[in-house]
Design a protein around this ligand. Structure first.
Ligand SMILES: C[S@@+](CC[C@H](N)C(=O)[O-])C[C@H]1O[C@@H](n2cnc3c(N)ncnc32)[C@H](O)[C@@H]1O
Length: 247
């Protein structure tokens, strides 16, 4: 395995759990339930499940859940968390491009830039959509949440810094107009003096591009939303959510 994304999550470990965006799990699960109208006991695949926050919340609500991620560190946190919360989730260490499932799931979720969008080129990103399509039952639903490319491009050039309770976080983003890819160099300074440097990159997809790609992969697009809200995507929205259905 290669690529920047194989290192970052293991490097961040527990620090990853303190990002502000991971704090709205219940509301996100409510939203997904509402727009997909999945049935009780549906089988769900959480692709790029991270530390399992959505997998565990769905399992608590009675769904059968499989969580896949390639970060050993985040999966070990997920397993401990599921045990502590007394729910059963099958967590699998695997690259999203290598999932073996065929017509197994009623719903696949891939939330907060987990695989699609962060891989090294457009072909690799597309492979993930094809694998998700294959993993779904006929008329199965797919909820994809990724960065809203239009929002990022508008905000460039970009430097950022945040002060949080026990850490300072700053960085710089650069955009390559030839590939529509966005690169960041980021640093976290922890209270205990530890410094974590890391890099990220993402393909900045716009909504019509993602809709087209989903259609090419065999999905009907049923809806698109700003963040996790039941409203039209706006240029100010940081993330976008797209609901697809396997044709
Ligand atoms: C920003 S985190 C989001 C995690 C989780 N979905 C959440 O909302 O908390 C992205 C996750 O995707 C995983 N990921 C990225 N590319 C992947 C791939 N090709 N295969 C499996 N997991 C991947 C990372 O390891 C990380 O856990």
């Amino acid at each position: 395995m290669s690529g920047w994304y194989f290192k970052i999550y293991d490097k961040l470990g527990e620090e990853y759990l303190k990002f502000g965006f991971v704090k709205h799990t219940k509301a996100e699960v409510d939203f997904i339930k509402k727009v997909t109208r999945i049935k009780k006991k549906a089988k769900i695949l959480d692709l790029g499940c991270g530390f399992g926050r959505h997998s565990i919340e769905f399992a608590k609500r009675g769904y059968q859940v499989v969580g896949v991620d390639f970060s050993r560190k985040l999966l070990s946190i997920a397993k401990k968390k599921a045990k502590k919360e007394k729910v059963k989730v099958k967590f699998i260490l695997k690259d999203a491009r290598e999932i073996p499932f065929k017509q197994e799931f009623d719903l696949v979720i891939s939330l907060y830039d987990s695989a699609f969008g962060v891989l090294e080129n457009d072909q690799e990103n597309f492979k993930v959509l094809q694998k998700i399509h294959r993993a779904l039952k006929s008329k199965g639903k797919f909820v994809l949440n990724i960065v809203n490319g239009a929002n990022h491009i508008k905000a460039l050039p970009k430097t950022f810094s945040y002060k949080e309770k026990d850490r300072t976080y700053f960085g710089k983003g650069e955009f390559d107009v030839l590939t529509n890819r966005y690169y960041t160099k980021e640093t976290m300074l922890l209270k205990n003096g530890k410094r974590i440097d890391f890099k990220t990159q993402a393909r900045l997809y716009t909504l019509p591009e993602v809709i087209w790609l989903l259609q090419q992969a065999g999905f009907k697009v049923l809806g698109s939303y700003g963040n996790f809200e039941n409203k039209k995507l706006n240029i100010k929205d940081y993330q976008m959510t797209i609901l697809g259905e396997k044709i």
